[in-house]
Design a binder for this molecule. Sequence first.
Ligand code: ADP
Ligand code: MG
Length: 679
Amino acid sequence: MENILKNSVGTVKGIGKATTEQFEKLGILTIEDLLYTFPYRHEDFRMRDLTETPHGERVTVEGRVESEPTVFYSGKNRSRMQVRLLVGHHLVKAVFFNQHYLKDRLVTGMQINVTGAWDRGRQSITVNRLHTGEQTDFEPVYSLKGIMHQKTFRRYMRTVIDLTAGVIEETLPQEMLEVYKLPSITQALEMVHFPTKTEDVKHARRRFVYEELLLFQLKIQGMKKLRKEQEKGLVIQYDLDLLKKFIHTLPFELTNAQKRVVNELCAELKSPLRMNRLLQGDVGSGKTAVAAIALYAAVTAGFQGALMAPTEILAEQHAELLANWFEPFGVTVAFLAGSTKAKARRELLERLEVGEIDLLIGTHALIQPEVQFHKLGFVVTDEQHRFGVQQRRVLRDKGLNPDVLFMTATPIPRTLAITVFGEMDVSVLDELPAGRKEIETHWLKEESLIPVLQKMEKELRAGRQAYVICPLIEESDKLDVQNAVEVHAELSNYFAGRYTVGLMHGRLPSAEKDQVMREFSEGQSNVLVSTTVVEVGVNVPNATFMLIYDATRFGLAQLHQLRGRVGRGSDQSYCVLLANPSTEEGKMRMQSMTETNDGFILAEKDLELRGSGDIFGKKQSGMPEFKMADLIHDFKALSIAREDAERLLNSDAFWTSDEYATLRERLEQSGALTDKRID
Ligand code: ADP
Ligand code: MG
């Protein structure tokens, strides 16, 4: 049968050119678009008993008109009209503002239904709706931006629903409608656009949410499956004995989570499937060691590896650490960043191209066109949320289809991660190395820093170090924020003769940055005043104290990242947040920070407080937009849909049976599958 859903709304009898244009302005082109334009709320017109209605609330009542309307005019088109109305045994006043044109309709003795605000003291209803004709209990309200009247819109909706009722195809398999007790597509459309009771709306919503999420999951999982089938990756036959030896030389025993993830990574490296994996692990969970082991695995198999970090400081720290760990194993590690001098750089690139370098570590300098690898097999990017999708692809494309691991400490709730990074596999380091103590976090509003500085000094006296974080580096931003330079001057003054204070910010030349960072990590400076450049990855286990200025300027995820710079050794660490939030949300954020050290709990809190968009940045993340579903509120439906999608994609029936034909079709339309799979 011809699919009329894809026809223009203009083809519907009664919808003319002008109306079609109005619809167009609302983004409604086809009949299907119209059907799937859902109301954003429903008006409740159910009758209420006046004696039980609190003062000020809206009521809808039926009553008999007991008096002729009296009208007082107070200007052009301004009026106040009043009739007496007998509602049950209750005589009340019905007051109409600026609706005197209704006067002739209000005939003594007739029954009318009105909706309005109930004034208990005056025993009156300020009417904003006189129901004429058939009255519905619930009325949908659409977002029409003043382009069309609600009533007109509903009329067209009625027409289109009636028109399509017999022909619209059910997307969901019967089995699912039954198991989840969901209304059919025809029923659901009727229920959401013309509900007769509140449950209708809820019921319909459940169906549309599930449908959307199922399709979405089928799509991303279908793509993942397809990618695995079509894009064969490398078989990285690593040397298990060498790998074991390497693991034994590490200065610590791996946590169980690290062991598990290492196994996951190794299995995937060895398999012909191409790795496209996200490694999530809270700050301090030991992602670097995991990456190092996997990188070494690739090297033992004769491949080159690359490790990319978002900042030069971090990249260099990785390079130093890994060079150290790998030294006894004869792995050649090189570091490349924007600051690498021309000559050194040329030399490095030559050696890289002939394969003399096993492991290249650096910033995004790694993805410039001149950088050519000899045999790139495995790429790790640290703190991947800092990299654009494009950059990631460029790097990936440099090698022979290398396996790629993205690491992030942004603790995204797992269900959401699977959704957002849909086409990636996800590994999680959900365990911190033993002996870590919770970072004691305090939130201070006071201006006086003396007690904080005294506390800091106590740590310094014990040989520990401290970070002081300031949000911005320049006063020119006209924001009333502490300036790192100024804070540095003040603290240098305060600690003069006792402790050394370093200064780090993004505007320093890289050589100087390196110098500052080295001094701090080697313990030559005791306090480091810094902007958020130390946010990611930097590892100085001897630092036990962190003071964050203007903490309200940071999101929860970022605060958590920052705080993760301390508490990296076995000593008790402290974090002090200076903040005077003006909003409830800001207060909740500070409160949450003091209550938990668990990044996943904070991430969920953040989601709750700000919605998911803020965390990922709506545009960049490719977060899907849904008509009905809400990734936060429909979490449960999301995981159910995910499991169902997985089961379906792995079943033969899904690919062959008629029952799933519409679902397959919808999926195909979304471009998720090639024709190869479906004939
Ligand atoms: P992140 O996951 O935040 O990148 P790192 O890899 O920097 O964490 O590790 C944080 C600290 O924990 C480092 O000092 C590292 O040497 C140490 N570490 C890593 N794994 C273990 C372990 N299994 N036991 C003890 N310490 C560990
Ligand atoms: Mg790290």
